[in-house]
Design a protein around this ligand. Structure first.
Ligand SMILES: NC(=O)c1ccc[n+]([C@@H]2O[C@H](COP(=O)([O-])OP(=O)(O)OC[C@H]3O[C@@H](n4cnc5c(N)ncnc54)[C@H](OP(=O)(O)O)[C@@H]3O)[C@@H](O)[C@H]2O)c1
Length: 413
């Protein structure tokens, strides 16, 4: 499967190389277009709330960069946005997506540091899943020449989050040990790669069993997500571990804390356990909240333990730490150029295939990152399905859960 990911990256590279001329032509000729395609979330809920439609072309405001998007990152967080499980989302209809890569098409007044035609990757506070995006210059970074657009869309959120948790929050150093859940996912693989840049770091990864063959070499010890990982880790390290990275929440909070060595750090950075089906489950939400260990600081003092939380999007969009994130991005791009890290791309999907792409995450099928490739055409539908995902401009609603009966042909052969 990891091999499959690598092949797909090559395929993207090929697709993009083939289209270089076309891309630049677009940059010049698209200046007058009044509309663009975008994925719209019509309301919070299941996959049927997503559709591709036409939207007014955005124009860059003062200090913004207008990007002709080539690829967008699809994150677990986007499933939570769709379900309405995140804090204070904008009111739908909204365009989801927090990161993309592409080519600078124009600059707002007083925007400095970029030129038309630059290859860039960017964070966007929603609105990334579109053909064109405008975002403040502080959230835009130049791509290395050798990086593909798919890799760039898989890079920013996963690697910046992984780096900041390991090095800014947990001060990872030589000889330490790290436990990471969802080790085969986008963040999980970034964590594994970054740990390998520090000598003698032991990584305990937890992932669904079928991913083990593909990701075994990326971590030191790998456990099935269904086993009692506390017992397994303690058999190897009776003292526990230095860092626990918990993106699941619920009962894993208490388990993670119990695994910490003295002076160890537990970081909560997600709540994947709250997603148990296609739509928001109040039961899972309440269960996760209820199961979280209520921690007494006096106990932390006695046991010499550190608890932290980390949210990259809040750091960027609510807490104004974009210059810190920029400095982290510079370090990460050095590591990329030294070939010490490389985003793992699971698969590429057309905008019109966004439902199937999300379903793949719900099914726990991904190894690495899913990418929406804006220039990719949807793969032909199976004969059994003639009413799949809405094409641009279509507005019809599908009954919830209808998606189950529909399948696309494999997107890469
Ligand atoms: N705080 C931050 O700044 C930040 C930034 C990025 C991501 N995150 C969080 O980090 C986690 C990983 O994000 P990602 O985007 O890299 O996604 P990802 O790990 O690629 O997500 C998919 C994987 O998550 C695992 N998983 C765990 N619970 C699941 C559930 N209820 N439904 C489906 N899959 C589940 C599955 O792997 P296994 O079956 O192998 O476990 C699945 O393949 C998420 O919780 C996300 O919200 C936080």
């Amino acid at each position: 499967m990891a091999k499959e990911g690598a092949d797909m990256t090559e395929e993207t590279e090929f697709m993009i190389d083939k289209n270089v001329g076309k891309g630049l032509e677009n940059v010049e000729s698209s200046g007058n277009a009044k509309e663009m395609r975008a994925v719209i979330l019509a309301g919070f809920g299941g996959l049927n709330k997503l559709k591709v439609t036409k939207k007014a072309m955005p124009e860059p405001q003062d200090g913004e960069v207008k990007i002709r998007v080539k690829a967008c990152g699809l994150n677990f967080l986007d499933l939570m946005v769709r379900q309405g499980t995140v804090d204070n989302p904008p009111k739908p209809p909204l365009v989801p997506g927090f990161e993309c890569s592409g080519i600078v098409e124009s600059l707002g007044e007083s925007t400095k540091g970029f030129e038309i035609g630059d290859r860039v990757m960017a964070f966007v506070n929603y609105n990334a899943w579109a053909e064109v995006v405008c975002t403040p210059v502080d959230f835009v970074y130049k791509m290395p020449d050798e990086m593909t657009f798919a890799e760039a869309a898989a890079f920013s959120l996963n690697f910046v989050a992984a780096y900041m948790m390991l090095f800014e929050v947990a001060s990872l150093r030589e000889g330490m040990s790290v436990l990471v859940h969802s080790a085969g996912g986008g963040v999980g693989q970034a964590v594994a790669q970054l740990c390998s840049t520090v000598p003698n770091v032991t990584v305990f990864g937890i992932a669904s069993c079928f991913k083990h063959a593909a990701i075994r070499d990326s971590v030191t010890h790998l456990f099935d997500r269904n086993v009692d990982y506390i017992q397994e880790v303690k058999k190897i390290c009776p003292e526990g571990v230095d860092v626990v990275l918990d993106c699941l929440c619920g009962e894993n909070t208490g388990k993670g804390l119990s695994l910490l060595k003295p002076l160890g750090t537990y970081i909560l950075y997600g709540a994947s356990n709250m997603v148990t089906g296609e739509t928001k489950s109040f039961f899972s939400f309440a269960k996760s909240w209820w199961q979280v260990e209520k921690v007494n600081p006096i106990k932390l003092y006695e046991e010499n333990k550190v608890i932290a939380g980390f949210s990259l999007l809040n750091l960027l969009f609510k807490q104004g730490r974009c210059s810190l994130v920029k400095s982290v991005m510079d370090k990460l791009l050095c590591l990329y150029e030294q070939k010490k890290i490389k985003p793992v791309v699971d698969s590429l999907w057309a905008l019109e295939e966004v439902k199937e792409a999300m379903q793949r995450i719900h099914d726990r099928g991904n190894i690495g990152k899913l990418i929406l490739d804006v220039e990719k055409s949807p793969t032909p539908l199976m004969a059994s399905d003639s009413t799949e995902t809405s094409e641009a401009g279509e507005e019809e609603e599908e009954p919830e859960g209808d998606n189950d009966s529909k399948e696309r042909m494999p997107f890469i052969h």
